[in-house]
Design a protein around this ligand. Structure first.
Ligand code: 6PG
Length: 247
């Protein structure tokens, strides 16, 4: 993929674009170009937060979506807040409004992360079982997602893997309960072993405020720095403002 310039991040291809719109457009181009593997489907975990909004809108744009075989997509979520699916803070709501309601992905192929359930431990366990039962590809015993989209929090968290949270150290689960350091505090999140089993992991980082987090990724001192696909590719797509911290 092109890119105005590049910066160094460990184990990654890191490309810098002029602004957040270009990042979203490049990410949409890249994702729609990912080759469907022998499974015949594309298992994609969506990122939460606000950064992916432009990407989801770009994917749903007529000139993009018309070239995509959405029938092959299975949509998962990297994390979810413990709120109803229609809540303003819900990652599912963001994805539904900007992408899932606009493209013809078969309903049974959108796997919402049920963080609105009262028993979060049970909900996490059920989501892990759904992943195990549905995702056909494996890396060892681990379900292998094709694409995992992630954002980067100002403290270096990603998905809902926050500094110091026990969820960050879980090795034998696919999805766990987690606690954020800002509301909504209660979350569900995919675990590092599952993220690191993916074919491709793509971080989207734009705008100010992420400098310390990016330096932490480079130093390996923050959760996002521990996302290193063991047999996959790691891509960082940044805009100029965010990338300034790495120059
Ligand atoms: C969440 C996300 C989280 C997000 C980062 C960056 O549920 O909040 O999964 O990891 O990606 O906090 O958020 P922004 O894109 O809003 O900066």
């Amino acid at each position: 993929m092109a890119g105005r310039s590049s910066v160094r991040l460990p184990g990654a291809t890191a490309r810098v674009y002029s602004n957040a719109v270009e990042v979203a457009q490049e990410a949409a181009r890249w994702i729609t170009g990912v080759r469907v593997s022998r499974t015949g489907r594309l298992d994609v975990a969506l990122a939460g937060g606000s950064t992916p909004r432009r990407l989801y809108e770009a994917l749903a744009a007529p000139n993009t979506q018309d070239g995509v075989d959405w029938s092959r997509w299975h949509v998962w979520f990297g994390d979810e807040r413990a709120v109803p699916p229609g809540d303003q803070a819900s990652n599912y709501r963001l994805a539904r409004e900007t992408l899932l309601s606009r493209v013809p992905i078969p309903r049974g192929q959108v796997h919402r992360m049920p963080a609105d359930q009262p028993d979060l431990e049970n909900a996490a366990r059920r989501y892990g079982e759904e992943l195990l039962g549905s995702v056909p590809d494996r890396l060892g015993a681990m379900p292998r997602l094709d694409v995992v989209l992630l954002g980067l929090g100002e403290n270096g968290h990603t998905a809902s893997l926050f500094p110091g949270d026990p969820a960050l150290e879980v090795r034998d689960e696919l999805c766990v309960r987690a606690r954020a350091d800002y509301p909504p505090y209660e979350r569900l999140t995919l675990t590092l072993p599952l993220l690191n089993a993916a074919r491709y992991v793509v971080f989207l980082v734009t705008g100010p405020g992420k400098g310390d987090a990016l330096r932490g990724v480079r130093a390996g001192t923050v959760p996002a720095g521990r996302v290193r696909p063991s047999s996959g590719e790691l891509l960082w797509l940044l805009d100029d403002v965010a990338a300034e911290a790495l120059r």
